[in-house]
Design a protein around this ligand. Sequence first.
Ligand code: PEP
Ligand code: MN
Length: 337
Amino acid sequence: MVIVMKPTASEESIQNMVSKIENLHCKVHISQGENYCILGIIGETSKINADQIEAYDSVEKVIYVQHSFKLASRLFHPEDTIVTVDNVKIGGGNLGIMAGPCAVESEDQLLTIAKLVKESGANLLRGGAYKPRTSPYSFQGMEEEGLKLLKKAKEATGLPIVTEVMDTETYDIVAKYADIVQIGARNMQNFPLLKKVGKGTVPVLLKRGLAATIEELLMAAEYIMSEGNQNVILCERGIRTFETYTRNTLDLSAVLAVKELSHLPIIVDPSHASGKWAMVEPLSKAAIAVGADGLEIEVHNNPEQAVSDGAQSLKPGKFDHLMKSVRTIAEITDKKI
Ligand code: PEP
Ligand code: MN
């Protein structure tokens, strides 16, 4: 952390600031330029409240050198984290391909899709039993019945289950069935929910909020990790921009930024990012090419009749085609599926 004092700051105000920081058990390195006096703070700066420092008349600004996330930071954990779910590894050169319907609708629908995505090479099954819908009048999910069907699909295919948890009240029931609990974009800053999944042992798929910065995404991961659960997978699923042609704007540079800043795996969801099935395969190839650790893709055997997100869902044959081209990119980039 660096404190830039105003050119008008008196010697006394500078000394007062130095004492204040030293009382918080940090060291201060004073660098006096022609106009500005700059205080370099060394030590455990998390105890320093930058807002309070900036409230002083003598202070120009406070600049962070380190990020506020620590457990999620690559600085403190240089090697890639690998999240292991059953025998599937995600991160550190291993791709997690999560495929399945937006929502669990029936046994027939789920089992049909699960078997087909498995045949095509997906290694995890996604499906929502509790659905965050924009309208309260839309289908809200099959709830525990849906979770039971996911369990059946796992028994039939061996694919571990990724499913969304929407609130703290239903965490225990979802965690009983899920191999990975998903925190949806709308809940990325639901802090009680982040703390709840952080206290649990089930790995977490944390999706980027609709208008969240990369730093906010990493701070949300920090919430989970600071409670004990280190198995966090991040997901770029498109953000809100002025563009309306696609459902969201896929921010592929977020994958590169997260790789620089953090050791956590990051996957891409091209289905919610684009909202258009025809864009899903090309965006998946691009995501793997830039270094994403996997994909989350909506697949439906009858998208024309899907209760949610039909327009962005791939038919199983199209998913099979996607897997073939993704495998080619994976080979070139030295990744394992
Ligand atoms: C989903 O994956 O079904 C979903 C609702 O995604 P998001 O939270 O990214 O909108
Ligand atoms: Mn969906």
